[in-house]
Design a protein around this ligand. Structure first.
Ligand code: SF4
Ligand code: SF4
Length: 503
């Protein structure tokens, strides 16, 4: 068995990108930190608007309720006429199905535009966190986005990668307030925006345990450099590098059926499978996770994570979220969490497990942590979906759902975020019920600015029918001779219940 070298404390001796790195990067460039940044809530519990995931009529459509919440929560006041408004979403991994349906995103784009903002949809590139991850390069990520229907044509506005082709286009943001990390890097298309609406898919995550709006800020807004830092090694103090891959002696080397895929997993060629084990070259490693995730999900146990890695990563991504928030003046970021398809893992995996809860609904507000806390509480209290990993692990309504499903409580992130001024976890939930009035029904059904679509469809059809009376033109159409008795009773022959009404 190979003697595994595990000595990450030689960081300062490393050559290559570290030489001259941090100290020269952005030395003369624009500092994206705004003077008036800060959490929206000044005191007391923050209001969070909630619309449940159900619909029985026009006004209750999830898309219509999302539009209603945008205004109820006053997210239209996050920007003024002419502002460039980034709409931050997750583009989803290729072959992923549990992602936000494009209609939600298009709905918000429409309302930002209707209020005079210039919307554009954004996401950053990621690290190469498994062998076949496509989101690490914008070209590959966009192929997946196009397949999901995330396109200019679908949304009616540009769809961008915020940090460039492979993550090189970013700004450094200092976060002296951070619990663990003191700086991060934000994709320029986000840092340059005047305002931002974060539209998140609330679901689990295998590192941060849960991912909603905070993760969209704390990981999603970070460029590739920012993500490396959040993952706690790149350009950091070696003693803080709690996330180094942990190579165990359980790797069977080339006897592992995944060894080729494993060898391919490192973008830095920092490890190599040998006949009987694995060699790691820490001086080349940049902590992208690819080798760990590849090994973990292949069901093997040759590589793992350092003890305490997960809770520290959770705290670090709260720090990084503050870095993203600092790029905007107070009140210029609005938050929407869609607790729909609440699956155990992140949208960046090319698969989706069964949802751990039935669809819960939409949450909106201007306080990041309050919206997150309300979403987490509602997911915790929702029924446990049969067949899901939550049921397998014995979860009951009221339990900390993602702690049981993924290992640690998302409240670790929440508490760390509250400590550094991301917002308040205290919230006042406002249940939104759309009014069932003719005016409200018409509001979201009649599209503004469409081609001849300003009228109710039926009114428009009057013009068409005046030219072609479609119903009378086909009269008399061929059918059996009309027999009242037959028409009323024949169907019962085909009904297993013979026309009995359910008790
Ligand atoms: S050895 Fe380091 S750089 Fe290579 S895949 Fe693993 S974590 Fe990434
Ligand atoms: S996938 Fe894991 S067990 Fe298999 S060769 Fe790689 S490190 Fe070893």
């Amino acid at each position: 068995m190979v003697e595994h070298k595990y000595d990450p404390t030689k960081w300062n001796e490393m050559k290559g990108p570290v030489v001259g790195g941090r100290d020269t990067y952005q030395s003369k460039s624009w500092n994206p930190t705004r003077k008036k940044w800060g959490a929206y809530t000044e005191k007391g519990p923050a209001p969070v608007w909630f619309a449940e995931a159900n619909a029985t009529n026009w006004t209750e459509s999830m898309i219509c309720k999302t539009k209603d919440l945008f205004y109820e929560a006053k997210l239209n006041e996050c920007f003024k006429k002419g502002d460039e408004v980034a709409i931050k979403i997750h583009y989803g991994e290729y072959n992923r199905t549990a992602i936000l349906r494009p209609e939600y995103i298009a709905a918000i784009v429409e309302e930002v535009r209707a209020c005079g903002g210039n919307p554009y949809v954004v996401n950053d590139t990621t690290l190469s966190y498994h062998t076949y991850n496509s989101m690490a390069i914008s070209q590959y990520q966009m192929e997946g986005a196009i397949r999901h229907g995330y396109t200019d044509a679908t949304f009616g506005c540009p769809v961008l990668i915020a940090d460039g082709y492979s993550g090189e286009d970013d700004y450094r943001v200092d976060i002296p307030e951070g619990n663990i990390i003191k700086e991060t890097y934000i994709g320029r298309a986000i840092a340059e925006a005047d305002a931002m609406i974060v539209l998140a898919h609330a679901r689990g995550h295998s590192i941060t345990m849960y991912g909603g709006i905070l993760k969209q800020l704390g990981i999603g807004c970070q460029s590739k450099r920012g993500k490396y830092i959040t993952h706690l090694a790149h350009w950091g103090d070696p003693h803080d590098a709690i996330g180094w891959p942990k190579f165990t002696d359980k790797c069977p080397g080339k006897a592992c059926k995944f060894h080729k895929m494993c060898d391919d997993s490192c973008p830095r060629q920092a490890h190599k499978v040998t006949e009987h084990g694995k060699i790691w070259y820490p001086e080349r490693c940049r902590l992208c996770y690819s080798c760990q995730v590849t090994c973990l999900f292949s069901g093997m146990t040759g590589i793992g994570f350092e003890e305490n890695y997960f809770p520290n990563a959770m705290i670090a991504h709260a720090d990084a979220a503050l870095g993203a928030l600092k790029c905007f003046d107070r009140g210029k970021v609005g938050f929407i969490n869609c607790a729909i398809d609440v699956v155990p893992e992140c949208d960046c995996f090319p698969w989706a497990g069964l949802a751990v809860a039935p669809d819960v609904g939409i949450f909106a507000g201007k306080d990041l942590l309050a919206v997150e806390e309300a979403t987490l509480d509602a997911i915790d209290n929702a029924p446990v979906s049969p067949g899901s990993v939550a049921e397998e692990k014995g979860c009951k309504p009221g339990d900390d759902r993602f702690r049981m499903v993924n290992g640690f409580s998302p409240r670790i992130t929440q508490a760390a975020g509250e400590k550094i001024g991301l917002g308040t976890r205290k919230y006042k939930l406002i249940n939104y019920e759309p009014p069932m009035t003719p005016k409200h029904i018409a509001k979201w059904q009649i599209r503004k600015g469409g081609v001849a679509n300003h009228k109710p469809t039926t009114v428009r059809l009057r013009d068409v029918f005046r030219k072609h009376d479609l119903t009378t033109e086909v009269m008399p159409f061929r059918r059996i001779d009309y027999e009242k008795e037959w028409a009323f009773n024949e169907w019962k022959k085909y009904d297993p219940f013979k026309g009995e009404t359910p008790a």
